[in-house]
Design a protein around this ligand. Structure first.
Ligand code: ADP
Ligand code: ADP
Length: 222
C-alpha cells in the first residue's frame, strides 16, 4: 500500500526532518509510528498524503509514485486516505453530522448517500444520538470519535492517525484503539503515530521507530 524508498525531507531553513527512510506497509497492516518529539513522525504522515513533498527519494501509494504528483491529482490520492489529528480539527460551529459529512460534500455525494454514510459512520463510533449536537457539547473522547467518524466516512483504504489519544485518558485511549482495530479487521491499513506507552505495551503491532529522522523497525514486543 505504501512504500518509502530512501526518502529524505529537509524543511526550508535547514531542519533535516527525515533521512533516507525506507519502509513498506501492506494493505492489511496495522503499525505504530513512534519516536521522541521532533523525530519526524508528523512529517512522515504529511509526506504520505502529500501535505509536504520529499526533498529526495520515492514514495509509492498503491503502486503509483506520488513523489511528484501534480496538485490536480492530490484529491484523488487523499480520497483513499483518512486522517485523524490529536486536536481533531473539528468545525466548532457545525453540528457533529455536518462535520462528518464534510468529506462527502467536498466530493458532491448526493444528500441521500451523505445521510446514509454519515449515519453508518456515527453508528460505528457510537455517536448516532449526538448527530445534532455541536462539538462543544461533547466530551473530549466523543470529539475525538467524531474526528474518527469523519476520517472513515469515505471508506478510505488507509487511516493515518497523529497522536490520536494524546488528549485522552487510558480508558478512552483503549476505546479509540479498539475502533482502529475494528477498521483494520475489515481491511483498512492503519498507521498511528503515538507516544502512548500504555498502548504500546498492550498492543503488539509492527513498530516503526524514528530517531532524529532515521527510521528503523523495532522487533515486536520490544
Ligand atoms: P514529530 O511529529 O515526531 O514531533 P515533526 O515531523 O513534527 O516531528 O518534526 C521533525 C523536525 O522537523 C523537527 O525538527 C521540526 O522542528 C521540523 N519541522 C517540522 N515542521 C516544520 C516546518 N513546517 N518547517 C520547518 N521545520 C519543521
Ligand atoms: P486513469 O488512467 O483513469 O487516470 P489511473 O490508472 O491513473 O487512472 O488510476 C487508477 C486508480 O488509481 C484511480 O482509482 C485513481 O483514483 C487512483 N490513483 C491515480 N493516481 C493516483 C495517485 N497518484 N495516488 C493514489 N491513487 C491514484
Amino acid at each position: 500500500m505504501i512504500r518509502f524508498q530512501q526518502v529524505s525531507k529537509a524543511y526550508r531553513g535547514g531542519s533535516q526532518a527525515l533521512q533516507k527512510v525506507d519502509f513498506h506497509l501492506r494493505s492489511a497492516d496495522m503499525a505504530f509510528l513512534t519516536g521522541h518529539s521532533g523525530a519526524g513522525k508528523s512529517t512522515l504522515l504529511k509526506l504520505i498524503c502529500a501535505i509536504e513533498r520529499p526533498s529526495d527519494g520515492h514514495i509509492f501509494f498503491n503502486g503509483h509514485e506520488t513523489t511528484r504528483i501534480d496538485n490536480k491529482q492530490i484529491p484523488f490520492l487523499r480520497r483513499n486516505i483518512g486522517i485523524i489529528f490529536q486536536d481533531h480539527k473539528l468545525l466548532m460551529d457545525s453540528s457533529v453530522y455536518d462535520n462528518v459529512a464534510l468529506p462527502l460534500r467536498v466530493e458532491q455525494v448526493s444528500e441521500n448517500d451523505v445521510k446514509r454514510r454519515v449515519s453508518a459512520a456515527l453508528d460505528k463510533v457510537g455517536l448516532l444520538d449526538k448527530a445534532r449536537c455541536l462539538p462543544i457539547q461533547l466530551s473530549g473522547g466523543e470529539q475525538q470519535r467524531v474526528g474518527i467518524a469523519r476520517a472513515v466516512v469515505n471508506k478510505p483504504m488507509l487511516l493515518l492517525a497523529d497522536e490520536p489519544t494524546g488528549n485522552l485518558d487510558a480508558e478512552l485511549s483503549q476505546q479509540v484503539m479498539r475502533l482502529f482495530e475494528e477498521f483494520n479487521r475489515v481491511g483498512v491499513c492503519v498507521l498511528m503515530a503515538t507516544h502512548d506507552t500504555s498502548l504500546l505495551s498492550t498492543h503488539n503491532y509492527r513498530r516503526l521507530d524514528l530517531h532524529q529522522g532515521h527510521l528503523r523497525e523495532l522487533a515486536r514486543g520490544a
